[in-house]
Write a new protein. Structure first.
Lengths: 478, 200, 288
């Protein structure tokens, strides 16, 4: 890349300012990505050979499954999202990242928090709330690491030299503020000073929706709305629709998440459903923006790389949104609410949409930030196809199996064990999907890891002579 | 990837030719959806009432479906309430306590055809002379039943009027409701005279 | 920048609305919920779980049982039964009223109490009950909850906020990989069964995907007298589930607490917000 692109000096400086923090964020994220799919595989194997894990508390399904989810969400999604957001803000505003060592420290603090949290989960010390399983030890580290990272991202934003606000700005800045609000609320009301009774569950459900749906969508859509124009080479089309999508996401998306099955007064799920119904607007606006921006360029820009990743991510977002709209319908929610269908939607949202968008962004920006090519460019395409096949094999059986499971649960004449055995068939296919995803993730981690090593070796080569050289020379020079 | 355009040109994300506001149809669609959502919320939410859970849609429906239990259940309920609220003075078997509370078993006031007296006494309290089974009592009773709901008090009085050999007819929550409105805000009933005055 | 600042304020306000709706409002409305009284009773509900069951909730949490089990009974609707309890004196008038709803012949006193209509609405039930009363008979209207969960015998009514008043953390669960547990204490109320099932679920449900929780049990040398709490393993179970000679399988404190928690799950009493007619002792003719 560096030899054939005559980048301006200012560009190189911009990219270089982000280099070390991004390597720290993405390097750790890649590790957690692999850990997460390995844990997901163990969790899935629990169904096929329950006896094998009978003696091992650390590998029982109830611990490994949330650990896999949290490793993906906290280990990969958040650091990757913040890293990409910092880079985009720096590019959009033509402002470098200052004092990069602080975000490097924060990134390592974050990854330490994830490690502590995962060990807590596997050892049985969880909070017991979905998507918020990390106990105090992990969550405090995460929170302060996040504040540092977000503060540095905001510094890049406020120091921007191009003052005009672009659509990605809206999405990314809102996301930067929303996460600490949501995360602090959940931890204070559920872990530090738990509220009483069912109010806990309402807050936990609100948190999960606002993190997994709203936060990931804000970062993911902001990233997609930045990269589509950049990859295609023409401005974002239908910008007014993008802003409409933004407002409907933060006004209505934040209300979703209380299912009709929950034992809470009727007004809560009813209000959630009203929010979910408004997603039709979100769906239409996002689709219009993406189609009008990308249409006509799909063939010419097809690269088995960043463009494909981000494009598939956007497609997954639309499907995941459709599934959410379906779940907002009370009748469908009561049928599919307690089934694999909701898991399918979550996996599609987190891995299909968000992680794919992040892969695309990282494959695009990391070579520029580090000023090195990926060591195995062919593995990028392999990763793309592995992930895509993996997502289809993971999500499709779970969605179909979930609907069938729900319909059979509604019929009291069908004995419960029969329903359980039926889901098993779908779970086998999804286990294969997880294997594909694991391989794809390994390829990604390999590229990032080897690239980091190459960069470190180059750095060492530069430093070594300086270490060995007599000190006087430098003094003489100055 | 080598032929991609350079960043500075593509950094202008919006083209100036684009309109700045979304077209009217998307606003209209949003408003229609919001209106539909409002109608749906009005129908099913119970308007933030913490007692209303689906499949109940509002408090009226919830009240309508409260079990109007059979006589046996009402009596069991009335017995339990009687023993905790009234039984300390009137005794669990309705025999009363000398000098403190007149008997209820066989009392002409309890067995009267109209239940009005026996409803108004616990609702409003009683002080002054009253003749029960040939004896004159001059004790006072606080408005012990005022804190019970209409159906609870109806259950207690029905229990009293049909137990220990009493032959009164059960009373309905509506009877209690009517008397409660009548005595609301009045001072405690002044003995037999007060009861007669109340009848008018 | 001014423009940007106003956008920021607007966004914060919009996000704040959802915070008020789903954090603040539930805490105010449900956070200081009190115990309530059961229908047709002065008993308080819910009663705090016993010490062992409270500890058992933490075992339930630590092992992620909620990943596969929900504690939420669903209810689709409600219906009534109409039960005739007394024929009164004027039985010919009554039989006329009943004739419309009975396919077979006359009701006699020996048949009582007799359910003459099942699954009817409250309106119909009340009007029929009034007619029977007018004809000198007596009838009761029994309300019950309907839905697949209730037909499966998983509970008697939907789950409501009161059921979770003493729990922290509340373990709702989101996926029914295993059956619902909201009322499991009433359904499978045998402590020994619960322990055996935790030890070897596949012995009870063939092909069950539940992981056996053997790590909640210890194998120890039998003393002169076998431990009182040793797990009773049926002799018919396969050999690898049996302790070797001279040994016994003993549940740990965690296993006992977990089983106590499961037995304490009895969300089945009728409440004002989830009403049904509780089963009372069969109504008898009043003896005068």
């Amino acid at each position: 890349m560096n030899e054939n692109v005559p980048a301006s000096f200012a560009d190189v400086k911009l990219e270089a300012s982000c280099r070390v923090p991004l390597l720290a964020l993405f390097g750790g994220a890649a590790v957690w990505l692999v850990v997460s799919s390995a844990l997901a595989l163990i969790a899935s194997l629990n169904f096929h050979m329950p006896e094998k894990f009978a003696h091992c508390a650390w590998l029982t399904y109830g611990r490994v499954f949330p650990a896999a989810n949290d490793a993906l969400l906290y280990g990969f999604c958040v650091p990757a999202g913040i890293g990409v957001a910092i880079w985009i803000l720096s590019q959009l505003g033509r402002a470098p990242l200052r004092d990069p060592l602080v975000p490097v420290f924060a990134a390592n603090l974050w990854h330490l928090g994830v490690l502590v949290g995962l060990i807590e989960i596997l050892s049985g010390n969880t909070t017991g709330f979905d998507w918020l399983e990390f106990q105090r030890g992990g969550s405090v580290l995460l929170f302060f690491a996040y504040l540092l990272l977000a503060a540095w991202a905001m510094m890049v934003f406020t120091a921007r030299r191009e003052r005009a606000l672009q659509p990605p700005h809206w999405f990314l800045i809102a996301a930067l503020f929303w996460f600490p609000w949501v995360y602090a609320t959940a931890n204070l009301f559920l872990v530090a000073w738990p509220v009483r009774g069912i109010a806990q569950s309402v807050i936990a459900l609100w948190f999960a929706n606002n993190f997994i749906f709203v936060w990931l969508s804000l970062i993911g859509l902001g990233t997609a709305f930045y990269f589509f124009p950049r990859l295609i080479g023409r401005p974002l089309q239908a910008v007014h629709y993008a802003l409409f999508a933004f407002w409907s996401l933060i006004l209505f998306g934040t209300f979703c998440g209380i299912p009709h099955t929950a034992p809470v007064p009727a007004w809560m799920p009813t209000l959630s459903s009203v929010g979910g119904g408004m997603f039709v607007v979100l769906l239409l606006t996002v689709t219009i923006v993406e189609v009008r921006t990308v249409w006509g360029f799909i063939k010419s820009k097809w690269d088995n790389g960043p463009f494909c990743f981000i494009g598939s991510g956007a497609d997954c977002f639309v499907i995941s949104l459709l599934m959410m709209i379906a779940l907002a319908c009370p009748a469908f929610d009561r049928t599919a609410g307690f089934t694999w269908f909701t898991q399918a939607q979550l996996q599609l949202q987190i891995y299909g949409f968000f992680a794919m968008t992040m892969f695309g962004a990282i494959y695009y920006l990391l070579p520029r930030a580090v000023d090195l090519k990926f060591p195995f460019p062919k593995l990028v395409a392999a990763h793309y196809w592995m992930s895509l096949i993996g997502i289809v094999l993971l999500v499709l059986p779970l969605a179909i199996g979930g609907i069938e499971q729900g319909l059979k649960l509604d019929n009291a004449k069908i004995a419960f064990p029969e329903i359980m055995n039926l889901s098993l068939m779908y779970l086998r296919v999804s286990t294969v999907g997880i294997c594909f995803i694991l391989i794809g993730n390994l390829l990604f981690a390999l590229n990032v890891f080897v690239m980091t090593c190459v960069w470190k070796m180059a750095l060492l080569k530069k430093i070594l002579p300086a270490i060995n050289a007599p000190l006087e020379t430098s003094e003489v020079k100055s | 990837m080598s032929d991609e355009p350079k960043t500075i040109s593509t950094n202008e994300q919006t083209s100036p030719a684009e309109r700045k506001t979304a077209p009217i149809w998307i606003f209209a669609l949003a408003l229609i959806l919001l209106f539909g959502g409002g109608v749906y919320f009005d129908q099913y939410s119970g308007w933030f009432n913490p007692q209303v859970y689906s499949p109940y849609e509002n408090t009226d429906q919830l009240e309508a479906w409260q079990p109007k239990s059979g006589e046996a259940a009402v009596m069991a309920h009335g017995k339990q309430l009687y023993e905790s609220v009234c039984g300390t003075c009137h005794n669990a078997d309705g025999s009363g306590k000398p000098g403190q509370a007149p008997p209820l078993a066989g009392s002409e006031w309890v067995n009267a055809k109209s239940p009005n007296d026996v409803i108004s006494i616990p609702l409003d309290g009683l002080s002054g002379e009253i003749h029960v089974k040939g004896e004159t009592w001059n004790a006072s009773m606080a408005a012990m039943g005022a804190g019970l709901s209409d159906s609870d008090l109806a259950a207690v009085i029905s229990y009293v009027r049909t137990s220990w050999g009493n032959k009164g007819k059960p009373v309905m929550p509506d009877d209690v409701k009517a008397i409660r409105a009548k005595v609301a805000g009045k001072p405690p009933i002044n003995g037999e005279q007060g009861l007669k005055a109340l009848e008018k | 920048m001014k423009n940007g600042f106003s956008i920021f304020i607007a966004a914060v306000l919009l996000l704040g609305i959802s915070w008020c709706a789903f954090v603040l409002a539930p805490v105010i409305q449900l956070g200081d919920e009190k115990q309530t009284v059961m229908i047709n009773s002065t008993d308080i509900y819910p009663v705090q779980r016993t010490g062992a069951a409270t500890l058992g909730l933490q075992v339930y949490r630590a092992n992620g049982c909620a990943a596969c089990h929900t504690e939420q009974i669903q209810q689709n609707g409600m219906a009534c039964d109409l039960i005739v309890t007394s024929l009164g004196k004027n039985s010919s008038a009554l039989q006329k009223v009943l004739a419309g709803s009975l396919s077979d012949s006359f009701l006699t006193t020996n048949d009582l109490p007799k359910t003459i209509r099942h699954g009817i609405s409250m309106e119909i039930a009340s009007s029929m009950s009034d007619k029977i009363t007018a004809a000198g008979g007596k009838a009761e209207v029994h309300v019950y909850a309907t839905g697949a969960d209730i037909e499966r015998g998983w509970g008697l009514r939907r789950s409501v906020a009161e059921d979770f008043l003493w729990d922290s953390p509340v373990q709702l669960g989101a996926n029914r990989i295993g059956p619902d547990l909201a009322d499991v204490g009433a359904r499978l109320g045998d402590l020994n069964w619960q322990l055996q099932h935790l030890y070897a679920p596949q012995m009870f449900v063939k092909g069950s995907v539940m992981p056996p929780f053997r790590y909640l049990f210890v194998k120890q040398k039998k003393g002169a007298v076998p431990s009182a709490d040793a797990l009773q393993i049926p002799p018919g179970w396969p050999k690898d589930l049996q302790p070797p000679g001279g040994y016994e399988i003993v549940p740990t404190e965690d296993a006992k607490n977990l089983a106590a928690y499961l037995l304490s799950l009895r969300a089945e009493v009728p409440l004002h917000d989830a009403p049904y007619t509780p089963a009372v002792a069969a109504p008898t003719e009043k003896s005068k």
